[in-house]
Design a binder for this molecule. Structure first.
Ligand SMILES: [Zn+2]
Ligand SMILES: [Zn+2]
Length: 790
């Protein structure tokens, strides 16, 4: 292992004058992401600017600062500390003690840590290259001109290169590179932007690019970057090693190249993400609202879902039958060079994997797994320790909301309500699809990066790696395990096999609602509306259209969508037309075959007969109250989509098809069952069929359907408020990615006097489940103590 110069150096002093007699002394303890992000040099320079004396020092939990000077200068200092902190720093709390007797120090200094570099301080996520580095990248006189790995304390890789803590170069994948004299001098100079920048490097001493052919053999070429650009222009598929994994890149304007990529990647219709050089390029392709622009240019640089412009000029294969583009701006120096020097309007930059496998991170692995997909590989010798996909957000109601939370955001914690601080540390293993895991410590919940669908061994391996890595770098030893009720989920199996710890099973939709509660730092009870595709209910049926009266500990199922049989079980999610048959059979019985609508006329008689037999006899047809399946059914019934090529496609196209001017809606009924209510959707389906038979357009029917759901759910909330006095509503579950449903219901409830909580920081889809599981398990464990099954 490379040894770095010892940390102990002479104290660094500034030349601030000795404070006058009216000076006061304040002490501040700062918590958050304040180490490895240039925080101490920032404090040092700020103190000097304010003319203060004192010191700054790393502690095991953050940074302590003591400042002395006139009161107004102290206030100026603390205000600037909050407002101007370095871009990667994230202050979660500042505790201040003021009016201490002055000690008349002569200067301000950066002190060595009393207890060694902090181990439990927070680690920064990976973030995009900063403006200062970009200027150097473009400056022919700079020694890092066109250097694809330029970074500083304000930018660059963190989470994906950290192998262990403390965050120090030998414990990162930069450990094998020995800094040259020039880089070392920057690293050791507190006045320098690269003071303690662990990944600091230059063309002399740092990582380098290399190009390999389709078989993985090194290609002799002068400039790998130029050769990559030449090949992309020629329509080739390039595997490009990035920050958190490989991308597969093609020129998005070349139809032949995009089709080739789709064919080779076995990805039928799911949209590809695009990278564009800057905001101007983004605006030429899509409608960019100010909040979209803010999200696109944020230091996290997520993929932002935005509405396409007509005549955008890119291959229609980029996002077939979809009115959205997923756009991102360059976030590594390499991306900047590729986009700018290549002059591409847009590059497809999709995860370097075959469909549904985790993204590839190691060169050798890429050569094997992407063989036959990539025509060449642009790699480098800085290893990626932990994969992290591009994050995806969508701005809804002016707020950027996570759809996939990974690179740039992880491992920033979600800060919980203070009352949860005393709870034991929990590991929650998440759900089966869009899996994430969550570890809690005091009032912080660390939700992992996107792990993926737990359907194959590769994803399970990645899941295990993520759990052990997070436990190590966050130094959390869980005392409780939380998992889903479903015994066959791979996460649930992992929790059982791990053993030794109390295990708490959390019902899927309860977890969705607790996740919303936790993110919004409220305690409940709330009226929780959980709408999604699938989750095992506590009665053994499949839930997905639920209204729960819930707090973190418990819930009561107050209302749910009228159940329908799922022909073939989970496989029904793939075939909306089979769901449509199931719902029609529920509403019309055998009479469905006489309905004078195109859907029935166009049925494949064999399939239809089989499905009707299954649902009428209850063969492999569990009941479900799923909201997602209801959307599937209506989408198929309207002739919009009979088969899902990717998850959620039918509901997405149903929403996209709607005529927003339509104000009509359909009838429904409410039936009491025990202490709950069933929201009967048979009347709704009959009315849809009537409209179809009368020749009403699918666009108007789609809008009426959305309007109906909004009204039905809002009225149910009002009834429950009358009954219980609860006036807070939490909206959770993947169906709330439907903007029409979400904003319609949000508005209706708000206008009716409800306080409405929803997700922004973690996904409303199953990516947010682990947070809810963790908080529910912690709360239940605290209440029930050791009476839990081990
Ligand atoms: Zn920088
Ligand atoms: Zn160097």
């Amino acid at each position: 292992m490379v040894r770095l110069a010892p940390r102990a150096r002479e104290e660094i002093v500034n030349d601030a004058g000795r404070p006058g007699p009216e000076s006061r002394r304040s002490f501040g303890s700062i918590q958050g992401i304040v180490q490895g992000v240039g925080f101490r040099p920032f404090v040092y320079q700020l103190a000097r600017r304010c003319g203060l004396t004192g010191y700054v020092v790393n502690t095991p939990v953050g940074v302590d600062v003591e400042v002395e000077g006139p009161k107004e200068d102290l206030e100026r200092f603390f205000a600037a500390l909050r407002d101007e902190h370095p871009p990667l720093a994230h202050i979660s709390a500042i505790e201040r003690i003021d009016d201490l007797p002055p000690e008349h120090r002569a200067r301000f200094e950066i002190r060595e840590s009393r207890t060694g570099e902090a181990r439990s301080a927070l680690i920064s996520p990976d973030v995009s290259v900063c403006g200062d580095c970009l200027r150097e990248l473009d400056d022919p006189r700079d020694r890092r001109y066109r250097y694809p790995f330029i970074n500083c304390t304000n930018c660059g890789p963190r989470y994906t290169i950290i192998q262990d803590i403390p965050y120090d170069r030998p414990l990162t994948t930069m450990g094998r590179f020995v800094m040259c004299a020039a880089c070392r001098a920057e690293y050791e100079d507190p006045e320098d932007r690269r003071f303690h920048a662990q990944p600091n490097a230059c063309p002399r001493c740092g990582p380098r690019l290399a190009l390999h052919d389709a078989a993985g053999n090194p290609l002799a070429c002068g400039d790998p970057l130029e050769e990559t650009i030449r090949r992309l222009r020629a329509g080739e598929v390039l595997a490009v090693k990035g920050l958190g994994g490989f991308h597969l890149a093609v020129d998005a304007a070349r139809h032949d190249a995009v089709s080739r990529l789709r064919r080779r990647k076995h990805r039928e219709e799911k949209p590809f993400a695009l990278m564009v050089a800057g905001l101007e390029a983004a605006r030429s392709l899509a409608r960019i609202a100010p909040a979209d622009a803010e999200a696109l240019t944020s230091i996290q640089r997520p993929i932002v879902l935005v509405e396409q412009r007509d005549g955008h000029g890119l291959s229609p294969e980029v996002a077939p039958r979809n009115r959205l583009f997923g756009l991102m701006l360059p976030y590594t120096p390499l991306h900047h060079l590729l986009l700018r020097e290549g002059g591409f309007r847009a590059l497809v930059m999709t995860s370097g994997n075959l469909s549904e496998e985790p993204i590839t991170i190691a060169d050798e692995d890429a050569f094997l797994r992407l063989r036959g997909v990539a025509d060449a590989f642009l790699v480098h010798d800085r290893d990626i320790h932990l994969r992290s996909d591009d994050s995806i957000v969508r701005v809804v109601g002016g707020v950027p909301r996570q759809i996939r939370r990974s690179r740039g955001f992880v491992p920033v914690p979600v800060f919980l309500h203070e009352d949860l601080s005393a709870l034991p540390p929990v590991l929650a293993v998440g759900g089966e699809l869009k899996n994430t895991v969550c570890l809690t410590k005091e009032n912080r919940a660390f939700v992992s990066q996107h792990v993926g669908d737990m359907e194959n061994l590769e994803t399970l391996d990645f899941f295990r790696l993520t759990v052990s890595h997070l436990e190590r770098i966050l130094e959390i030893e869980p005392r409780v395990l939380a998992c889903d009720l479903h015994p066959d989920y791979l996460g649930s199996r992992y929790a059982r096999e791990r053993g030794g710890l109390p295990r708490v099973e959390v019902q899927h939709h309860h977890a969705h609602i607790v996740s919303v509660i936790a993110e919004n730092r409220v305690q409940g009870p709330v009226i929780g509306i959980a709408l999604d595709g699938t989750g095992l209910g506590d009665d053994g049926t499949v839930w997905g259209g639920e209204i729960l009266l819930a707090d973190p500990v418990s819930y009561r199922r107050a209302a749910w969508l009228q159940p329908a049989p799922l022909p073939g079980g989970d496989a029904a999610a793939r075939f909306p037309r089979r769901m449509a048959l199931s719902y029609l059979h529920r509403a019309f019985g055998e009479g469905l075959f006489d309905l004078a609508v195109p859907f029935v006329r166009d049925l494949d008689p064999k399939e239809a007969e089989l499905v009707v037999q299954m649902v009428s006899r209850g063969v492999r047809s569990p009941l479900t109250s799923s909201c997602g399946r209801l959307f599937d059914a209506v989408s198929a019934l309207l002739g919009i989509r009979g088969e899902n090529r990717y998850e959620g496609q039918a509901p997405m196209e149903l929403e996209a098809a709607q005529d927003e001017a339509e104000t009509g809606r359909y009838p429904w009924e409410t039936e009491r069952l025990g202490d709950g209510r069933v929201l009967m959707t048979d009347p709704l389906l009959r009315a849809v069929v009537e409209d179809l038979a009368a020749g009403l357009s699918p666009a108007r029917i789609s809008r009426r359907f959305h309007n109906t759901l909004v009204r039905m759910l809002a009225e149910m909330c009002r009834a429950l408020r009358d009954e219980t006095g609860l006036h807070e509503v939490a909206l959770g579950g993947g169906s709330f990615q439907n903007v029409t449903l979400f904003t319609g219901l949000h508005r209706a409830l708000t206008e009716d006097g409800f306080t409405v909580y929803s997700h922004a920081l973690v996904p409303t889809n199953d990516g947010g489940l682990s947070l809810g599981q963790a908080v529910s398990a912690a709360a239940r464990f605290a209440q029930m103590g050791s009476g839990l099954e081990i």
